[in-house]
Design a protein around this ligand. Structure first.
Ligand SMILES: *Cc1c(COP(=O)(O)O)cnc(C)c1O
Length: 398
């Protein structure tokens, strides 16, 4: 294998998106990293095997433990997040579950925020509880509640930032300081931010996790997850992945590598579209409320402008109507696809009530603020004028 180029750490995220992590000199002088479509890697002789086992050579061994295509993605994500090492997983959920399994000992304690990805919450309730892991849920903005929740056996604080669907932004420096004072590690699910808009590790977080299915991949064509942080925290998770087996296929890894090359430039458009849509909706008479961290009306606006470079493409809003009216609105849009997910070039739209909160009892759902007419719009990279015109004609049907 040829040598990795030395990458100056002061490069911007557009340059790192394109170049970081990839070998300058590829097989046959190719520019792009190949898809290493192989399940195993051979040794020329027994000495090569023993050298490898003794750590004297750097190479791959078996497909579940690594693949050169993944390595390029891992290095690229590390450069973008400003972290030492990264791991690639089959999905964002796999990144979260493997990380929890690896870093939470039996009978330990975990703190999470209330506006938490529903499947993560399900894993906590159904699986972590079996390992005797207890969990406390706090409000995203409540630092005092966080400090009060910390126990002697608290190991991790896990939160999204921004959260879904209300896009709450965690004051990472403040939470990290409080956590570290009590020996608690901080994991940020930064899926909605991306390293272009926020780098949690430079704000004091210990680990940063992504559903790379969303903005990192960016084309609604793959599922993947990542975890980035210091080597000593990444190593046990990498070992757990080798045992649990939730690895990505090398073709999907290559699509992700290709997707990340345009991350910076795509985020510019997602940020601009998100802001334009949020402003437009906030001024619309049929809209009751808009949640977008770039708006002064958002509860975490001050934290967001301090901490983030842009606010992403997701806008959550409540229409002044009932479920039938909200459905009529969504069915009248012509550009966004009605689908779960976000972060791809195609705009997506959904009603949380009929999508991710379908199986939540009504009282519980309303308690979480998920009203019938709540809409999540995940802006793609289309022209803002076209997206606004589409929203305008669809709102006229409500
Ligand atoms: C989608 C998502 C996940 C889960 O990721 P998958 O790639 O779908 O497994 C986790 N966290 C957030 C914030 C997400 O949006």
């Amino acid at each position: 294998m040829s040598e990795l180029p030395k990458e100056p750490s002061n490069r911007g995220s557009a340059t790192s998106s394109v170049h970081a992590g990839e070998l300058r000199q590829q097989e046959a002088n190719a520019i792009t990293t190949p898809i290493y479509q192989t399940s195993t890697f051979w040794f020329r002789n027994s000495k090569e095997v023993t050298d490898y086992q003794e750590g004297k050579s750097q190479r791959e061994e078996y497909g579940r433990y690594g693949n050169p295509t993944w390595r390029a993605v891992e290095r690229k994500v590390s450069a973008l997040e400003g972290g030492e090492e990264s791991i690639l997983f089959a999905s964002g959920m796999c990144a979260a579950t493997t990380t929890f399994m690896a870093l939470l000992p039996e009978n330990s304690h975990l703190i999470v925020t209330s506006d938490c990805y529903r499947r993560t919450r399900q894993f906590i309730n159904q699986f972590l509880s079996r390992m005797g892991v207890e969990t406390t849920v706090i409000e995203p903005g409540n630092l005092a509640a966080f400090e009060a929740a910390i126990r002697p056996n608290t190991k991790l604080f896990f939160t999204e930032s921004p959260t879904n669907p209300y896009l709450r932004v965690i004051d990472v420096p403040a939470f990290a300081k409080a956590a570290h004072a009590r020996g608690v590690k901080v994991i940020i699910d930064s899926t909605f931010a991306t390293p272009v808009n926020h780098r949690p590790l430079s704000d004091g977080a210990d680990l940063v996790l992504h559903s790379a299915t969303k903005y990192l991949g960016g084309h609604n064509d793959l599922l993947a997850g990542t975890l980035t942080g210091p080597k000593e925290m990444i190593e046990p998770v990498r070992k757990a992945l080798g045992v649990l087996g939730g690895i990505i296929d090398s073709h999907a890894a290559w699509l992700l590598l290709r997707g990340i090359k345009t991350l910076d430039i795509r985020m510019e458009r997602h940020n601009a579209n998100g802001m334009a849509i949020a402003r437009y909706l906030e001024a619309h008479p049929k809209i009751k409320h808009v949640w977008y961290p770039g708006l002064a009306s958002h509860p975490d606006h001050a934290v967001a402008i301090r901490q983030m470079k842009g606010f992403g493409g997701v806008v959550t809003f409540e229409i002044d109507t009932d479920l039938a009216g909200a459905m009529r609105f969504i069915d009248s849009t012509t550009i966004p696809y009605q689908a779960p997910s976000l972060g791809g070039v195609e705009s997506l739209i959904e009603l949380p009530v009929t999508m991710s909160f379908w199986d939540v009892p009504k009282e519980k759902r309303l308690e979480l603020g998920i009203k019938d007419s709540l809409v999540r719009f995940a802006a793609g990279i289309e022209n803002a004028a076209d997206l606004l015109a589409d929203l305008e004609q669809a709102l006229a049907k409500v």
